[in-house]
Write a new protein. Structure first.
Length: 366
């Protein structure tokens, strides 16, 4: 009997220790929407895998009906989130991050993300923006903030599963309706805001929206890793969102974050997916399309063309597609093609006089 009394407390102690070993990340899930496997989505997944995030992509294979000319779009994301939350609505300890994917990348891991979320002391935290969208008439209804971004951004938010279920419970809109307007109206309703317990990440501790904040964000090189730093608030955001017309800046940041290129490792991904061409004659080598996009005034362009000429690949197996948006580079581009254009299999040039948008030019290049 005495032995049993001694063993029982020991068993309880072991049970307590086992429960204490559970990591906060075990009750954490990342949900996103991606209808197609794009380069942006692969970049998002790669940054997520670097930090061991558990990602569930919603909507793969579905048609996207948002972002049309006369529509703000995004309702599809709310519909898919509402359905996905049905099986999580009663999980009080489960924290869910919902984020865009095509124009988002992770700069840090789940532990830091969850720590900052809990420090916010709210059940749901939305990203914050400098600019109001999509209805500027709602600006006067927003709570005034003394420091930080004032307006809600729907590209990223985090919260407990039951609270997120309440957040989307009233959604009955179309896929082409605005998700941001839907969430904004909930946030601007004091009763709903307090009932769900919503706040905004005013100082960009978790989410960094780039639109309206390009001059605030710089790269911060750490040992073997690269972060984005917000100079205005001296914060290190966990997620970087290239919302609005900031895709090029996100591409720039994504060339480094989280560890695509560092001082210690150089390019960490340049050798991925390489294919050996040893023993293959020049005439049997694959034809390679090289796209050159000059979308803004670019220093040292002549040095770039010299590097292009030094590529270790037969030029007769290369096709050039050049979109030069800048009038000031017209002479340099034309001189390069006059001297070397005939050495390539084919050349297509879209000069500044053609007036083709960046995105359209890239689609034409494909």
């Amino acid at each position: 009997m005495r032995l049993q009394l001694l063993l029982a407390p020991l068993g309880w102690l072991l049970l307590v220790e086992t429960k204490g070993d559970a990591k906060p990340e075990d009750n954490f899930l990342v949900l996103t929407v991606a209808t197609k496997e794009t380069e942006g989505f692969r970049r998002f997944k790669r940054s997520a895998q670097f930090f061991s995030y558990k990602i569930q992509a919603l909507g793969l294979g579905e048609d996207w009906h948002g972002e049309k000319e006369m529509s703000a779009g995004g309702g599809l994301k709310v519909r898919l989130l509402k359905k996905a939350l049905e099986k999580h609505a009663d999980k009080e300890d489960l924290v869910i991050l919902f984020t865009d994917s095509y124009d988002v990348l992770f700069a840090s891991g789940p532990r830091e993300l969850l720590k900052k979320f809990r420090q916010a002391r709210s059940q749901v935290v939305f990203s914050a923006e400098e600019l109001i969208y999509p209805d500027r008439r709602l600006e006067a209804k927003y709570p005034v903030v003394s420091d930080g971004k004032r307006f809600l951004g729907s590209g990223g938010f985090i919260g407990y599963a039951p609270n997120l279920s309440k957040l989307v419970a009233e959604w009955e809109g179309e896929d082409s309706d605005s998700d941001q307007l839907f969430y904004t109206k909930i946030f601007l309703d004091p009763e709903k805001r307090e009932g769900i317990n919503i706040t905004l990440d005013h100082r960009c501790r978790i989410f960094q929206n780039l639109d309206g904040a390009l001059d605030e964000v710089v790269l911060k090189f750490e040992m073997g890793q690269v972060r984005a730093r917000n100079l205005a608030y001296d914060t290190l955001p966990v997620l970087i969102h290239g919302n609005g017309p900031t895709k090029l800046q996100l591409n720039y940041l994504g060339n480094y974050i989280p560890r695509f290129w560092t001082f210690e490792t150089g390019c960490a991904v340049c050798d991925e997916g390489l294919r050996s061409l040893k023993g293959i004659g020049d005439e049997a080598l694959p034809t390679v399309l090289v796209g050159v996009f000059i979308e803004q005034p670019t220093p040292f362009l002549s040095l770039f063309f010299q590097r292009l000429l030094r590529l270790h690949y037969p030029r007769k197996r290369l096709r050039l597609f050049i979109h030069s948006h800048e009038q000031q580079h017209k002479t340099q581009v034309e001189q390069f093609l006059a001297e070397h254009g005939s050495e390539y299999q084919s050349v297509k040039l879209l000069g500044p006089e053609v007036r083709v948008a960046n995105a359209d030019a890239r689609n034409m290049g494909v």
